[in-house]
Design a protein around this ligand. Structure first.
Ligand code: TUI
Length: 314
């Protein structure tokens, strides 16, 4: 068994957070991860308040345990979903893709435990001052919106910079990654890509098959030019996007191409036009399993590695 301080912070048994994957992480996946002892997370993504309220209530029907809501700060509905988590007494809010301080002014007094995803030391320090109970330090190996630093370099620098617990994310998909994260000073992990193929994950079959088939070099980053970097599988869509970027297409043209692309991948399974966001660990994801088996495999694998960790120490 591996138990760390983050377990007490959010009221879970096992220090594994499920990543808040937009258009993908719903009550089905979140409740399965929470029932397994980890922290399941519903993504508020680009949906409106009523959708999120429905998912929070559905999740409460499926689990008695704590779960989180991930709020993507660039969502057009960010202000209304920020209010829903207060009204529904959500216990944990995880933020991504921006600086959450404005919303923390209402969340922290409401007793919500706020855990921002950070891609830099500066943001980690800022959110700690604003009342974050922990941070997720996410390296650029992860899927979706990514920062510049790798998990290997970001996590120890964030650990040194803040006093709150640090959860590592980006590139972690098995027990070795979990053990490494703990060695870097993290007290938990956030895992997205591996949960894409969980039995309880409602993402399209096409998406699951593409993840299972992915190899080590199956992902690429687009959007670096306009500082909205996104990691996704190399597909006709992402190659077209990258080509347009190289040819100097305007931000507006690219936004038009990208509109609805994640939904096309996650919901419709449209390989030609969809954006299949995934981390570099996709090549390590080779089988479908119940979410509970994924949580246990991550921690049992880590335990085995950690027991042998002093092998070369003389
Ligand atoms: O947010 C994520 N991952 C995401 S968000 C997302 S939805 C989306 N769809 C299309 C385009 C863009 C987003 C899919 N995946 N991870 C957390 C994360 N946050 N990674 C990096 C950051 C980050 C980067 C810069 C957080 C703050 C930040 O500060 C700069 C600023 O001032 O915004």
């Amino acid at each position: 068994m591996i138990r760390t301080p983050i377990c007490d912070v959010v009221g879970i048994e096992k220090p594994v957070f499920q990543g808040g994957m937009a258009w993908i992480a719903d009550a089905s996946l979140a409740s399965a991860v929470s029932n397994a002892g980890g922290l399941g997370v519903i993504s508020a993504m680009n949906a409106d308040a009523e959708w999120l309220r429905g998912q929070i209530r559905a999740c409460r029907e499926l689990t008695d345990r704590p779960f989180g809501v991930n709020i993507m700060l660039q969502s057009p509905f960010v202000d209304e979903v920020a209010q829903v988590v207060v009204d529904e007494h959500v216990s944990v809010v995880i933020t991504g893709a921006g600086t959450p301080n404005k919303h923390m002014k209402s969340w922290v007094p409401a007793g919500i435990k706020v855990i921002p995803v950070v891609a830099s030391v500066a943001l980690a320090r800022l959110v700690e001052r604003a009342g974050a109970v922990a941070v997720v330090a996410e390296g650029g190996e992860s899927g979706g919106h990514v920062g510049d630093l790798t998990t290997m370099t970001l996590v120890p620098q964030v650990v040194d910079a803040v006093d709150v617990p640090v959860v590592a994310a980006g590139g972690i998909a098995d027990g070795r990654g979990v053990a490494a994260a703990l060695m870097l000073g993290a007290v938990g992990v956030q895992v997205g890509t591996r949960f894409l193929v969980a039995d309880e994950c409602t993402v399209s079959e096409e998406y699951k098959e593409r993840i299972l088939k992915a190899n080590d070099i199956a992902t690429m980053v687009t959007g670096r030019r306009d500082d909205g970097a996104v990691r996704c599988l190399k597909t006709p869509f992402s190659r077209r996007y990258a080509k347009l970027e190289r040819e100097g297409a305007s931000k507006e043209e690219l936004a038009e191409l990208g509109r609805g692309s994640l939904r096309k991948a996650a919901v419709d399974g449209n390989y030609e036009e969809g954006s299949f966001m995934a981390g570099q660990s996709a090549g390590m994801v080779t089988r479908r399993q119940p979410a509970a088996d994924i949580v246990d495999d991550l921690l049992e694998g880590a335990e085995e590695v950690l027991r042998g960790a002093t092998r070369w120490v003389r």
